[in-house]
Design a protein around this ligand. Structure first.
Ligand SMILES: NC(=O)c1ccc[n+]([C@@H]2O[C@H](COP(=O)([O-])OP(=O)(O)OC[C@H]3O[C@@H](n4cnc5c(N)ncnc54)[C@H](OP(=O)(O)O)[C@@H]3O)[C@@H](O)[C@H]2O)c1
Length: 378
């Protein structure tokens, strides 16, 4: 595993960080989807044994903090850095900040959190941070030893990203970045901006929530292979982001042990400034193909959930995007036999609009749900 000196903080972090938002899931006896706890714990242990020392979770990732806390017993805890996040979206008054922090500490079974982030900042939540003086709260928590480093994760435009970066002496920031989203949200320019202010950056969604890694279309595989370089699509995507020295830690949520093993192996050999011109040209060609194929820029982060009408919003968009990324008939079949039967399909939407307020990608969810439903049931 490659390690980096995180800007300003004098700590060494593994270049690959385990995203704990996508722990593997199974169905319980009543058919409800739950985190596969033994397998998730096994994966956390495998990651630590193989040099990963950065783990990202959040108050909002239901069940994730508890499982990470259970996996990291007293001796492992000292070897790793935990990042978790304050759920700004549901903070209704300043004191809520303290309540959620105490809850996260309890769930994680730890006396301190290494990186405490304001979760998913965008224009509304940033206003709330200022109105409730949540950065003063962060400072107090740091003085009390409950948290070590202060940061934020971000889902909005570049202009706001720069404003937030310049508003406080942050210890770190977390942005979404992948090779099909160079100009999306904070984007590459945001990455370089934070680095120019010596603020370390953690990258999320390097595989665009999995779309760039799994079930990749033959057209795209062909383009990758035409480079003459033998690599999986996930490896290409990770190497693109690892090539930027400013992307200090790169998170990926792994859904099974095989992916974790592959990702760790990739990050044993992914170094900044190591990509050749030919590799960059291959990536540009693949990017153009993706731009033509993607219908909805949903990354499956599930911030829009739960939907009061029961629509599985990220699931619908996954079927819809996947249909255009190569698997039209099986996507339609999957949608009908899975979501339409369980009444999680897009036709359940009653247009309350709650999802659109929560979506970090600013997707026009309600309209896209209609279009997706029409296509997937055709
Ligand atoms: N703070 C925020 O606002 C925010 C938002 C989103 C995410 N996050 C954090 O950032 C982390 C990273 O984001 P992400 O989970 O979206 O990362 P990602 O790397 O874009 O997507 C992860 C998904 O990629 C697929 N994958 C991983 N390794 C693979 C491999 N070797 N080959 C093929 N497919 C592979 C898996 O999906 P499938 O198996 O399903 O195909 C996995 O669930 C999250 O886990 C979470 O902790 C934070």
């Amino acid at each position: 595993m490659e390690y980096i000196n995180f800007p300003k903080l004098n700590i060494r972090l593994s270049r690959f960080g385990m995203g704990c938002m996508r722990f593997p899931r199974i169905k319980d006896s009543s058919g409800k989807s739950i985190i596969d706890k033994p397998e998730s714990i096994r994966m956390v242990h495998y990651a630590v044994e193989n040099g990963v020392n950065y783990f990202d979770t959040a108050y909002f990732y239901s069940g994730s903090e508890e499982i990470l806390g259970e996996a990291l017993n007293a001796s492992l805890r000292k070897k790793v850095f935990i990042a978790t996040k304050s759920p700004v979206r549901i903070v209704k008054k300043p004191e809520d900040f303290d309540t959620y922090l105490i809850e996260s500490l309890k769930k994680l079974k730890t006396e301190y959190i290494d990186f405490y982030l304001l979760h998913g900042l965008g224009s509304n939540s940033w206003e709330k941070v200022k109105k409730f003086k949540l950065l003063d709260k962060m400072d107090i928590a740091k003085k009390e030893g409950k948290i070590k480093y202060i940061g934020f994760s971000f889902h909005d435009n570049l202009e706001l990203f720069k404003e937030i970066i310049d508003s406080y002496s942050w210890d770190m920031s977390q942005i979404q970045l992948n090779f099909i989203g160079e100009y999306y949200q904070a984007g590459l320019e945001g990455l370089k901006y934070a680095a120019s202010k010596s603020i370390g950056v953690v990258i999320m969604e390097p595989l665009f929530g999995g779309i760039l890694g799994e079930n990749v279309q033959p057209d795209i595989i062909e383009k990758w292979d035409s480079s003459g370089i033998k690599r999986t699509p996930a490896e290409w995507a990770f190497k693109w982001i690892a090539n930027f020295k400013e992307s200090n830690v790169i998170l990926s949520g792994v859904s099974n042990l095989e992916q974790l093993k592959e990702d760790i192996e990739i990050f044993n050999n992914a170094f900044p400034n190591s990509m050749t011109e030919k590799e960059k040209q291959t990536i540009d060609k693949v990017k153009k193909l993706y731009e033509r194929m993607l219908k909805v820029k949903c990354t499956g982060c599930s911030y829009c959930m739960p939907c009061p009408s029961g629509v599985n919003i990220p699931g619908v968009f996954t079927f819809y995007n996947r249909a255009f990324l190569g698997n039209s008939e099986s996507s339609k079949l999957g949608y009908k036999s899975w979501f339409c039967i369980s009444k999680e399909d897009a036709s359940q939407c009653n247009e309350c609009g709650q999802c659109e307020k929560a979506c970090p990608q600013n997707i026009n969810i309600m309209n896209n749900l209609k279009i997706a439903h029409e296509y997937l049931t055709s």
